[in-house]
Design a protein. Structure first.
Length: 262
């Protein structure tokens, strides 16, 4: 299937590891020009090196803390000047969590800053570039299934993800006249460091062994396993491609059947 991503300029944030890295790799293998970002210079350089060895597209790296408005704005503007921007995958770190009564106001604010405001800023700058170009574009928010199926052990994740799902739906309306399609991806439990953290937190909160916590989390899915990051990357790349031209304002649960709500 020809996805039409050759030479498209794609930005994937928080992509030096985990889901972001797998997404960046799949775009690069489709021939896109990919700029990946991360906070840690060594990890960014290593990720770029790996992708240049393993993928076929042009890969560049940018050190950027997306919780910084100044850094995010500067990054998007620099990329747009060098390559333009056709696709933004707005990804960011997951929020820290704790039992509800232990959650301070600062922890709630940090959760919003880490995920919600970070991705909104990226989308705002990318939207500005895409609408000015007249070529349309794709904005994909990386939220999560806890925004649709809340869990006490990931309460800040649910709060942040629900906000992004709402923003994406609304932004699709603004994007329509410019052919900027806006959708949100809700990853379920994938084999990443984030799931290691959530399993450890659940084991602590419920006072159970880590192995039991992992078993409970995987049992929530229909497929009874963690997902492979490439399984999520495939959906992201498809939604950014020229084979997906009538899908906007939608929310996609890539979760092995974890979410039971309609």
């Amino acid at each position: 299937m020809e996805l039409g991503l050759e030479k498209k300029s794609v930005v994937v944030t928080a992509a030096s590891s985990g889901l972001g890295f797998s997404i960046a790799k799949m775009f690069a293998n489709e021939g896109a020009t990919v700029t990946l970002s991360g906070r840690n210079p060594e990890k960014v350089n290593l990720a770029v090196k790996r992708l240049r060895e393993e993928a076929t597209g042009i890969v560049e790296g940018c050190v950027c803390d997306v919780t910084s408005a100044e850094q995010s704005t500067a990054m998007i503007r620099e990329i747009s000047q060098n390559h333009g921007i056709d696709v933004l995958v707005a990804n960011s770190a997951g929020a820290a969590t704790a039992p509800f009564l232990d959650m301070t106001d600062d922890m709630w604010r940090e959760a919003a800053e880490t995920k919600v405001f970070a991705q909104i800023r990226l989308a705002r700058e990318a939207f500005r570039v895409m609408s000015a170009s007249g070529n349309g574009g794709r904005i994909l928010f990386m939220a999560g299934t806890h925004g649709r199926q809340p869990h006490a052990h990931a309460i800040t994740a649910g709060f942040s993800n629900a906000a992004l799902q709402n923003v994406s739906k609304a932004l699709a309306e603004d994007g329509g006249p410019h052919n900027i399609l806006c959708n949100v991806i809700n990853p379920g439990p994938f084999a990443t460091d984030r799931m290691v953290y959530l399993a450890e937190e659940k084991a602590r909160d419920d006072n159970i062994p880590l192995e039991k916590a992992i078993a409970i989390l995987t049992a929530e899915t229909v497929l009874k396993r963690y997902g492979d990051p490439e399984e999520l990357a495939a959906m992201v790349v498809f939604l950014a491609s020229n084979k997906s031209t009538y899908t906007t304002g939608a929310s996609f649960d890539i979760d092995g059947g974890q979410v039971k709500a309609l």
